[in-house]
Write a protein that binds this ligand. Structure first.
Ligand code: 6GU
Length: 247
């Protein structure tokens, strides 16, 4: 997968060199480049923002540098092998909610282009113009406001990278985790069997794989009911089994 990120704070994206994302980049599974938006300014002050039309607080990002950035990173001429334009992803609190399902969708793309806005956002014409030639998705992490899209890109890229083929050692861990089945994952334990007077639940040490699976399922349903009743309500009936309904 190819990924381009445009930001006025490229240093903010430095953590993308670390840990498993860094490893995916080193192995070539992920070809990621971070670009400074000010590359595409031409005045001495390298201006990227201006006051909002209609008045109000804060500043809005001017369209010209963004237009040039997108012209370079998403050129209109199709590549000789007929590759398509990137999917433009714009982090904003006004976007559609990010989710595991959207992470899966993005992980299936061959090229993502992230546009990190700051201040009150990017001039709407940038997105409207981009939408005439490529898919544009405005994404929100949740109902709170960040200074800009950079940290959201870290979050989104972490969720996406671990879904890329060959990144996770044990593909089974993709299967069992929270959200994969519409339930939160229940508690987990490791050695020692007793710690500060607290014991690992007996069932997990029983060796009875049927009982263990049933117990894990019950814990997941109970935890989801307590913390995320909205998720439980959204589970399709086929997602529940007869013994869930007993619990
Ligand atoms: Cl994706 N961006 C910004 N700037 N603020 C946010 C957000 C994204 N998600 C929640 N708040």
């Amino acid at each position: 997968m190819r990924v381009d990120v445009v930001s006025i704070f490229p240093e903010y994206l430095a953590p993308l060199d670390l840990s498993l994302i860094g490893k995916a980049r080193a192995s070539g599974v992920l070809r990621l480049a971070v670009h400074d938006l000010r590359t595409w300014t031409h005045d001495v002050h390298r201006t990227v923002d201006d006051t909002p039309y209609g008045g109000g607080p804060g500043m809005v990002m001017r369209p010209e540098p963004w237009g040039e950035a997108l012209d370079v990173l998403a050129p209109d001429e199709l590549t000789p092998d007929g590759l398509t334009l990137p999917r433009l992803v714009v982090p904003t609190p006004a976007g559609v909610p990010f989710s595991q399902a959207l992470a899966q969708e993005l992980a299936a793309e061959s090229h993502l282009l992230f546009a990190c806005g700051r201040y009150e956002g990017i001039d709407q014409r940038v997105l409207d113009h981009a939408a005439t030639r490529m898919r544009v998705t405005e994404v929100s992490l949740g109902d709170y406001v960040l200074f800009g899209g950079e940290v959201a890109v870290l979050v989104i890229m972490e969720a996406v990278t671990r879904l890329l083929p060959g990144v996770l050692g044990n593909a089974g861990s993709l299967d069992e985790e929270s959200h994969a089945h519409g339930l939160l994952e229940g508690p987990v334990y490791t050695k020692p069997p007793s710690w500060r007077g607290l014991d690992v639940p007996e069932v997990l040490r029983s060796g009875d794989h049927g009982r263990i699976a049933r117990w894990r399922r019950d814990e997941a349903v109970l935890r989801t009911a307590g913390r995320r009743p909205d998720m439980l309500a959204a589970l399709p009936v086929e997602g529940l089994d007869r013994d869930d309904l007993a619990a």
